[in-house]
Write a protein that binds this ligand. Sequence first.
Ligand code: NAP
Ligand code: GCO
Length: 264
Amino acid sequence: MDTMFSLQGKVALVTGASYGIGFAMAAGFANAGATVVFNDINQELVDKGIAAYQEQGIRAYGYVCDVTDEDGVNAMIAKIEQDVGVVDILVNNAGIIKRIPMIEMTAAQFRQVVDVDLNAPFIVSKAVIPSMIRKGHGKIINVCSMMSELGRETVSAYAAAKGGLKMLTRNICSEYGQHNIQCNGIGPGYIATPQTAPLREQQADGSMHPFDSFIRAKTPANRWGEAEDLIGPAVFLASDASNFVNGHILYVDGGILAYIGRQP
Ligand code: NAP
Ligand code: GCO
């Protein structure tokens, strides 16, 4: 049973993993035996990430790379192969959100979100798949969202990108499953990270932002998720335990998608 979930000898690249959900998943991979590699957009953030991993006793390899820059991504993957080896596990985690009503959003803002949240997973996956094919196996995990299934006010670009990412996941599975590559998604519910900090901040009168009670009422678990809630599902999808699971989106949402919401 232990070996089924072991990541011993594997190289795992988690994009945008200096902190937040990516950091938690990467640390989980390291504890399961993997060598962890991550990137961020500048050296300062990479150094902070390396220090944060070190604090947990993990030696992580950090690279400066913007995941939307195809040449930069290709150069990073070549460097990773040289420094640590072929990427066995890729997590497309880097993501951004812009909360702007659709009719106020510029096309440039919309494109920027789609670029990071959808085009970049295409770019990074495309860069690692050839070596995975040569090696005879590979795991790709795309970090999707509640917004891969649901809409809400102000997040049109994010929802469009994360819905697209769900379908990119199914297509990578369809196209490369024959090469023993499994591509699945993880759809986190509402998780307490810097990305959702504006929805959880304390108001001037000491009360919580109204979004806090809204989300609790929508979540049977009645709490925000923690980044650590994603570790078990991520290790499962990265390990041999999931070798016949492909094209699946595993929602880790405390039950949000099963629930109509608490009655008033
Ligand atoms: P976060 O705290 O904002 O972290 C996102 C990470 O992505 C940061 O390290 C950020 O780097 C990096 N990043 C952004 N753009 C990048 C780029 N162009 N190139 C490289 N790295 C880039 O977000 P999080 O909450 O941990 O979210 C991680 C993933 O989970 C995202 O895809 C998000 O959409 C998804 N998600 C989050 C939640 C949630 O409730 N928090 C729920 C569902 C899905 P910087 O340090 O440079 O900003
Ligand atoms: C928002 C949130 C979300 C979450 C997450 C849900 O404004 O609604 O930021 O979109 O972060 O992706 O799964």
